[in-house]
Design a protein around this ligand. Structure first.
Ligand SMILES: [Zn+2]
Length: 429
C-alpha cells in the first residue's frame, strides 16, 4: 500500500493526479518564493538576512543555494525578530533548550492555523497504521492545548480513531496497565523499550516511535517481543512537530512535502548533496505563518534515498535520521562515541531495559561508566564481554547495575561527560 502521505500531498498541493516529483518541486519552488517575500516583508530578521536575495531570480531548486541559511542560534538570539505576526496571533510558543551552550534557549512561535496543519498531517500519517474505531495511547507530551499530544489526538479524531494522552513514562507499571488493549502505542524509544522489556506480553497492533534517532536494535526488540508493526516518525519543534513518517514498507520517511521543503547539504560547505549521500537536513517551511523558517539547519544527519520507497510511492523519501553530529564525543584512540551507537549496542542485548552512560577520566585513562538496568537473569561476564567486543574503543568500561528510570527528567538521551550531574557539555540537544 502506498503511503497515505502521498495522497495527502497530492490533495494539499492541488496537484492531484498530476503529482510527480517534478510537479511537486515546481509547486514547492513557488511556495518558497512566496515565503521569502512574506518573511522579508514581515520579520526584522529576514528583512536583513534576505536583503540580497532576489526571489525572481530563483528559477530552480539549485538556485536555492544562493539563499542564506537560518541557524538554531538565530532562534535563540532574538526569536521575536523572526516573528511575522503580532503577538496576539501567536497560539503557542515552544521553548527549547539549546545544547552545548549557556546561552538563551531557542523559541519557536506558531499560530493556531500553523498547528492545525500539523494536526492535519498527523491525521494522514496515523492512517498508515490506524483505522476508525481504534485507540492509541500517547506516551509523550501532556494534554495542553496544541501540545504534541493534543495535536495527535485531534488528528486521530479526524480519522475516527481515539487518542488518549498518558504522557511520558514516569511510572512503568502504570504505563503498562494503561497500554493494555491499545491498538497503537506512540512514544519515545528509550521509554517504550523499557516497557517492552518489563512486559513482553503486551500485544499492540502497532508502535510509533518518534525521536531524532530511533535505534534499529529498539525497533527489532519491540517487534520481536510484542509481535507488532513498528513505525518511526521524524520531526522536531522547528518543523511544527511533524516532519515525516514511515509507511508499511518500513523504508524511509514520507515527508510532509505540502508544508516543508527538505534539502540535504554538506556539513562543511553547505552545498546540496546528491540523493544517497549523507549530510545535514535543511528545512524550509512553505506555509508557516508565525515563524517561517528558510533553509533552517536542523543539525540532524540523513540522506535522501536514491531509489524511492518500495511501497510504490512516486515522491522521494528520506532515509532514517542517523543522529546528530553534535552527539559525537571524541575518544582517546581517535574514534568517537555517541549515545546513538551505545543505544544500538546496549538495547540489542536481551534483558537491557535502560542504562545511563558517563565518560570520565580517571588517572589519565578514559573510562566509560555505565549504570545498567537489566533483567535479573543477565550474566555480567557475558554482557561486559559483548560490550567490549561491540564498542571497539580504547576506553575502559565499568558497569554497575541499578534501577535507571526511563524518564529521568529529560527526554533526550545523552552521554554525560565528566563533571557535575546535568552538565550540558555532553551530547544532547
Ligand atoms: Zn513508502
Amino acid at each position: 500500500m502506498i503511503s497515505p502521505i502521498e495522497a495527502w500531498v497530492a490533495e494539499r498541493t492541488g496537484l492531484n493526479e498530476r503529482l510527480s516529483a517534478e510537479s511537486l518541486r515546481a509547486w514547492q519552488l513557488a511556495r518558497i518564493k512566496e515565503t521569502i517575500e512574506y518573511a522579508r516583508g514581515r520579520s526584522l530578521f529576514y528583512a536583513g538576512r534576505l536583503a540580497g536575495v532576489d526571489s525572481a531570480r530563483i528559477a530552480s531548486m539549485e538556485d536555492m543555494e544562493g539563499v542564506p541559511f537560518t541557524w538554531p542560534q538565530d532562534l535563540a538570539r532574538d526569536p521575536e525578530a523572526l516573528a511575522c505576526v503580532p503577538a496576539r496571533e501567536i497560539g503557542r510558543i515552544i521553548t527549547l533548550s539549546t545544547s552545548g551552550s549557556q546561552g538563551p534557549p531557542k523559541r519557536v512561535f506558531f499560530t493556531e492555523r500553523d498547528l492545525e496543519r500539523t494536526a492535519d498531517f498527523f491525521a494522514h500519517g496515523m492512517s498508515t497504521m490506524m483505522r476508525a474505531g481504534q485507540r492509541a495511547l500517547i506516551l509523550m507530551s501532556d494534554d495542553s492545548r496544541y501540545g504534541i499530544g493534543d495535536l495527535l489526538r485531534r488528528g486521530l479524531a479526524r480519522i475516527g480513531a481515539e487518542g488518549e494522552i498518558h504522557g511520558n513514562v514516569r511510572d512503568v507499571p502504570r504505563a503498562i496497565e494503561a497500554a493494555r488493549g491499545s491498538d497503537c502505542l506512540v512514544g519515545v524509544p528509550g521509554e517504550v523499550i523499557y516497557m517492552c522489556r518489563a512486559e513482553p506480553g503486551l500485544r499492540p497492533r502497532s508502535v510509533l516511535l518518534s525521536a531524532d534517532y530511533v535505534p534499529e536494535s529498539v525497533i527489532d526488540a519491540i517487534r520481536d517481543a510484542w509481535h507488532c508493526d513498528v513505525y518511526t516518525h521524524w520531526g522536531m519543534t522547528e518543523t511544527g512537530f511533524g516532519g515525516g513518517v514511515q509507511c508499511r514498507a518500513g523504508s524511509g520517511y514520507h515527508l510532509r512535502d505540502a508544508d516543508l521543503y527538505v534539502e540535504v547539504v554538506d556539513w562543511e560547505t553547505g552545498r546540496r548533496v546528491e540523493p544517497g549521500q549523507y549530510g545535514e537536513i535543511v528545512v524550509t517551511t512553505l506555509a508557516r505563518e508565525a515563524m517561517p523558517l528558510i533553509r533552517y539547519r536542523t543539525g540532524d544527519t540523513a540522506r535522501m534515498l536514491a531509489g524511492g520507497c518500495p511501497c510504490g510511492g512516486i515522491l522521494p523519501v528520506m532515509d532514517k535520521v542517523v543522529g546528530r553530529r553534535a552527539n559525537l564525543i571524541p575518544v582517546d584512540d581517535g574514534g568517537s562515541l555517541s549515545i546513538h551507537l551505545l543505544d544500538e549496542i546496549c538495547f540489542k542485548y536481551p534483558g537491557i531495559r535502560n542504562y545511563r552512560a558517563e565518560l570520565v577520566r580517571m588517572d589519565g585513562t578514559q573510562v566509560l561508566s555505565l549504570t545498567v538496568d537489566a533483567d535479573a537473569g543477565l550474566r555480567h561476564e557475558d554482557f561486559s564481554g559483548y560490550l567490549a567486543g561491540s564498542l571497539g574503543i580504547a576506553a575502559k568500561i565499568q558497569i554497575e547495575y541499578a534501577r535507571v528510570e526511563p524518564f529521568a527528567g529529560r527526554s533526550k538521551r545523552r552521554i554525560l561527560l565528566a563533571g557535575a550531574p546535568g552538565d550540558d557539555r555532553g551530547a544532547g540537544r
